[in-house]
Ligand binder design. Structure first.
Ligand code: ZN
Length: 64
């Protein structure tokens, strides 16, 4: 698919997906760490920049 795909031969490889189920890269044991390191953690875990920028509701309801 792309240069991101695993180029190793004779290695068990699998697809890594982002949180939305979109293929990121083909990886194997030798390169999974390096390939996933290029992606922001939010992509892998489901957070988007919009989520990060959202104001956080105070859990105490503002009653001091
Ligand atoms: Zn590989």
């Amino acid at each position: 698919m792309s240069d991101d795909d695993c180029q190793h031969e004779n290695e068990y490889s699998w697809w890594e997906y982002d949180a939305r189920g979109i293929e990121l890269a083909r990886v194997c044991d030798k390169c999974v760490d390096a390939k996933l390191a290029k992606y922001r953690p939010e992509i892998l875990t489901g957070y988007t920049q919009a989520d990060v920028d959202e104001p956080i509701e105070p859990e105490w309801g503002g009653n001091w």
